[in-house]
Design a protein around this ligand. Sequence first.
Ligand code: NDP
Length: 284
Amino acid sequence: MDFRHTLIGAVGLPIRENPTGVIMEAAFNRLGLNWRYELFEIGPASLKEALSAFKLLGFRGLNFTVPHKVAVMQYLDDVSPAARMIGAVNTVIREGDSFIGENTDGKGFIRSLRVDAGIQPKGLNVTIIGAGGAARAIAFELALAGTASITLANRTVDRAASLANDIEKSTRCQVTPQALGASDYIVPPATDILIQATSIGLHPDPGMPAVNFESISETMIICDVIPNRPQTPFLQRAALRGASTIDGLGMLVHQAAFAIEAWTGLTPPVHEMRSAVERVLNQR
Ligand code: NDP
């Protein structure tokens, strides 16, 4: 019997509740790979040392989550052009002796739009609530995919303005920052896709961003990055307006699928990956 495993690590603080491990193990099993996905709870002070240890121990790949997605970039040998533009890395791929950073969050979101919902973002008007890491990755990938305009509504309006500036410097997309204030946010009427990309509403938080639901029309497609089952409170309210909804599960599965492709060179078994994580999230 061969006891050697190829190792992939997920690094974050906290990391124990992270559902990506279930998705990755389902993929490795289906692909017949003797690979292991291990979770490492590591704080910012130990990040540099941890990277050296992962390299020494021969790890084939890594995932990074909160709070490391930006900080890890300084310790990598190289970063893809898209991840550099986004300014954050969630996936690391080993090439020879080098660790290369990539960001699959925004790519996963767009693949979920295209594959799960049949929506092509080119030429559409998008409104994003939030301007943190997830919003950044999604906004950049949408701009690169030819979205006509993006409105960014964030509690800290300076953060939205800074992201708008970064996107306009590197793409042709028109980006407007707005404040998500004390009164309910009015969704711009020309919006084709509205994306809830804040951390509000992650299980067990029953909250939702302060949005005027009357301003959501049935022609809009409403997305949430949060993968709660069966739906976040935000999506439930939006659905009552007759709008179509897309939850964060597709994004979660497809961002993992991009990583599997990059590490193994194989076609990821998306169906099995999705079923595995659905089973786990349905029990929460
Ligand atoms: P960040 O911490 O980088 O950003 C958080 C965002 O939420 C900011 O825009 C912040 O606004 C906003 N926010 C937080 N609390 C409030 C509040 N009470 N009122 C108004 N705005 C608020 O987090 P990430 O962007 O990395 O992650 C956001 C969520 O996306 C997480 O819950 C994560 O689980 C999910 N996610 C899902 C993925 C998937 O595959 N489905 C992939 C990646 C992330 P401000 O700037 O003002 O602080």
